[in-house]
Design a protein around this ligand. Structure first.
Ligand code: ATP
Length: 508
């Protein structure tokens, strides 16, 4: 995977109306992005895929939409005021700021890369290659693995004890250099709270400090009782929500992977204490399968257990995706115990419990959470879809092979020429389809150029209207991925497009 591919995806996103830097005419705002005319359609489809699979397809999950602003005590109870920190470190020469934990994690990933390379090399060299045996007997690989184990143990210890001095010392001992200056001239490590704050109230004197929510989950916890009392849900059941979250990220790079304003799709599943392991495993496998239905190579996904679980969790795993800059977190699945509800119960003085008729007793439910960022999913879809293919005459086409159900536009209607009644016929077809499918009409430039434009935004079907159409009421339909062209009756168009772009293909 390469820098080069990443740059190409970023510039393609801009050139074809998927993602624009925020306030670009003022040179942009760091780590804030806008979705363009095609991007917003893809975003909406991604959200719909998630919402349908969570809320519509599960009788025991309901959705809500809570406000971004919440009572400041929410963030005290949740632990965000005291503990939602990242350890940051500056390089004195480049004046660049980094997350100390990320510097160490990247160092570990580099050693892991070396192991993977040795494995690849050996697998090519020996027939009947036994990977497990190789990992335990090859001296170089064993040495690398030992190194990782030692670093991870020390790293975990430093994080758990909030030992900022040792975090810095690990960076020094591993001789990690600043990628910009190349120097090892590091400052102390400091904790930095990631929440944005503002004031509520009309007068400055009597205004109160409130926060822009850093996660949507708390909006679900504080509504637990409301949903329980107004729905017919009984444990186990879930509450899902899609909404904006804000974090003042220290390392704000990597395009839309890490933004300061982003959207989360979170689901909290309320369960009986003691059943958390079972539901944690259940949601782990459900969520992995959900991603893998998008048609992107399964090898691009893997689980990554957390070295240190967050203050609220007794188990946590990431689904990582191989972005152009390596495997990184796409989604988190956390077993949150009864931490949040208990904290809110204590601070609010309101009972947040469930009466279990079978046990004939009340308890604070446990929670398993699934949490995924819309923009990370968007970037995974683009990364999996972006392909450059060689064409005859030394030409190439850039095609986004997005799952047809998620594609921004489903069909483009193209009259072969701009005369002889073809545009009129094409418009008629366009009008008959546009209510049911996002459709584009395009009559400008050669048919080849128009195909390329649709390939570049991932439109699964191009329909061409030619002179013969006026006589036999048939059109040519071109498939994006294979470029295969077939002739079908106009009357068959809706069913053909629907078959390939239906939610059935993802949800059933
Ligand atoms: P990271 O370690 O990458 O900062 P995190 O572990 O803090 O992520 P969570 O708090 O578990 O992330 O948030 C759940 C999900 O929300 C993540 O898996 C990710 O998809 C998304 N997310 C978190 N922070 C951001 C961000 N700054 N920009 C975009 N998406 C984000």
């Amino acid at each position: 995977m390469s820098e080069d591919l990443f740059k190409k995806i970023i510039s393609h996103s801009k050139e074809y109306g998927f993602v624009f830097p925020s306030s670009e005419i003022y040179d942009g705002l760091a780590s804030v992005y806008d979705y363009g005319q095609n991007g917003v359609l893809l975003v909406n489809n991604i959200k719909e895929y998630w919402w349908k699979s969570m809320v519509q397809m599960h009788e025991n999950i309901v959705g809500i939409d809570s406000a971004i602003f919440m009572h400041p005590k929410v963030w005290k109870a949740s632990g965000h005021v005291d503990a939602f920190n990242d350890p940051l470190i500056d390089n004195k020469d480049s004046k660049k700021r980094y997350r100390a934990d990320v510097l160490i994690e990247e160092h570990i990933a580099k050693i892991q890369d070396k192991i993977d390379k040795e494995v690849d090399k050996a697998a090519k060299r020996f027939e009947n290659f036994d990977k497990t045996m190789f990992l335990t007997t090859n001296p170089r690989v064993v040495e690398y693995a030992e190194k990782i184990k030692t670093i991870e143990a020390r790293f975990k210890n430093a994080l758990e004890n909030n030992d900022l001095d040792d975090l810095r010392q690990i960076i020094i001992d591993l001789e990690i250099v600043c990628p910009v200056s190349g120097s090892k001239n590091w400052t102390e490590v400091r904790q930095f709270n990631l929440m944005f704050s503002t004031q509520i109230g009309s007068l400055a004197e009597d205004s109160d400090k409130i926060y822009l929510r850093p996660e949507t989950a708390q909006g679900i916890f504080v509504n637990f009782l409301n949903v329980l009392n107004t729905s017919r849900q009984r444990i186990p059941f879930g509450i899902a929500q899609i909404g904006k979250a804000f974090r003042n990220e220290i390392v704000a790079r990597q395009f839309i992977f890490r933004m300061r304003e982003f959207e989360q799709m979170e689901m909290q599943f309320f369960i009986k204490p003691g059943t958390q392991k079972e539901f944690y495993e259940y949601w782990k496998s459900q969520r992995m399968a959900w991603h893998q239905r998008l048609g992107i190579s399964k090898e691009k996904y893997k689980f990554h257990d957390h070295i240190k679980t967050a203050h609220y969790a007794d188990a946590a795993v990431d689904i990582e995706f191989e972005f152009p800059f390596g495997f990184k977190e796409l989604e988190g699945i956390h077993s949150r115990t009864d931490f949040d509800l208990t904290q809110h119960q204590n601070l609010s003085g309101k009972k947040l419990q469930y009466f279990d008729p079978e046990l004939n007793e009340s308890y604070v439910p446990y929670v398993v959470e699934t949490s995924v960022g819309v923009s990370r999913l968007f970037l995974s879809v683009l990364t999996g879809a972006y392909q450059v293919e060689a064409m005859p005459n030394n030409e190439e086409r850039v095609v986004l092979k997005i799952h047809p159900t998620l594609a921004p536009y489903k069909v483009a209607i193209l009259p072969l020429v701009k005369k002889d009644g073809l545009p009129e016929k094409a418009k008629e077809i366009f009008d008959s389809l546009k209510l049911d499918f996002y459709a584009q009409y395009d009559e400008k430039d050669s048919i080849g150029k128009r195909y390329r434009r649709q390939d570049a935004i991932g439109t699964p079907f191009c329909v061409t209207i030619d002179h013969q159409t006026l006589e036999d009421h048939q059109v040519t339909i071109r498939h994006r991925d294979t470029m295969e062209q077939t002739r079908i009756p106009i009357a068959d168009l809706p069913a053909t497009i629907a078959k390939h772009t239906s939610w059935n293909n993802l949800l059933v």
